[in-house]
Design a protein around this ligand. Sequence first.
Ligand code: BG6
Length: 493
Amino acid sequence: MAPSFKPVEPFDIVVFGGTGDLALRKLLPGLYHRDLDGQLEPQVRIFGAARGTLTREGYQKMVREALKQFVKEADLERAKVDAFIERLQFVRVDASGDAGWDDLRAALEEGTPNDIRVFYLAVGPGLFGTICKKLAEHDLRTPGTRIVIEKPLGTDFASAQAINDAVGEHFEEHQIFRIDHYLGKESVQNLVVLRFANRLFEPIWNATAIDHVQITVAEDLGAGERAGYYDQSGATRDMVQNHILQMLCLVAMEPPASLDADALRDEKLKVLRSLRPIVGDDVRSKTVRGQYRGGAIDGKPVPGYLEELNGHVSTTETFVVVKAEIENWRWNGVPFYLRTGKRLPSRHSEIVIQFKSVPHSIFGEATGGLTANRLVLRLQPNESVKLFMTIKDPGPGGLRLRDVPLNLSFAETFHIRYPDAYERLLMDVVRGNASLFMRKDEVAAAWRWIDPIRQGWEDFNMTPKLYAAGSWGPTDATALIARDGRNWYEDAI
Ligand code: BG6
């Protein structure tokens, strides 16, 4: 049965960077989908704001094209698309100058303004503070205003604090929604449900039963057109500081008292603050940096990172492994191996909870030996939860053991469209529910842990090791985990 959705309270949303990639590829298609599912009341108004000269009709045409490109044809119902397009207005605003702000206020105040007003800053972080200041100066803030910002929230602790301060000067913390789109992914939310809605896991979710955890976000794409941004960032800032640490928090946190935003974020913060700092020689033994050179993916040749940068010399890492440790009772001695990279063999993200073996085996070698249980949460593609168990191989002829998964494949179990992460997050902004957004102290704590690692690379002159595009990263990545007597999960299948 198709799920039914409750409409959210009517709102006005202004998308700064309204003609940009994020707006056209994710935000507007996301809002369209919510409209299609009946979540947007007729009063909802959407304003694209950008520097370019564009008429309302021109903007509507642009968004119509974007929907054609980024929404599946089967979901493009003519009447619904027309109704959605009618919601759109365009205001020319110069984010760093004074032009357009009064026009924006006039447009918002025209007719019957909605109490909830969302400003989505789909622009570079350099403009976050400036836009917030202008919103204040031009009297665009209302009690129901929320502001949405997204990474990169700084490049280190100090610059993140500067952004938080600049935004915080004009908005209360409860009005600021810092998006980490991984938290909007179905499978990431499912992690919380799996842990706290099933009695089964909590008693064994600790160092007594768990040997280690692996979190992998592998991408087959390269830096490509984003190479300019990416080269300033690198895999650690781009993926580990935010998405991967957020997932680590959800795996490792204590049960929150409720799903209330602060209850949840307090627990995540405790995890971030319990991460053992990686400093000095540990930087060498607990981290690996890599950069792809040319290679092949799916049999097709692909260029190396430096070629994508047109030969520009760069020591930015496109691959990173970090062995993280959490200094508390629950996780004492349980490493969390974090790994992400571009131009790996496939797009594949998962969290692997590797349990310990049984303390004493009563089964001899001839039975095939025992494999320890493993819980694998596949985030993408093909979301699934697999719990690997050992069972008896059926049939006579002696006792043989076999490792098989209890397999919950979401695609096969639930025949629904999987919403994009932004759809859920946009509706949560309107609802004022900040559970899936990062609080400023979380962002700060994450940078505090990342900064010494990056400092160590500089101090030890640890430049990235090359790996062939289409491989699983430099051999050092295998060596790092092998030194602990373990292997990466894909080696095991
Ligand atoms: C973004 C990073 O936050 O996440 C990108 O900046 C990365 O470099 C992307 O490709 C991955 O997101 P997803 O949802 O495709 O896994």
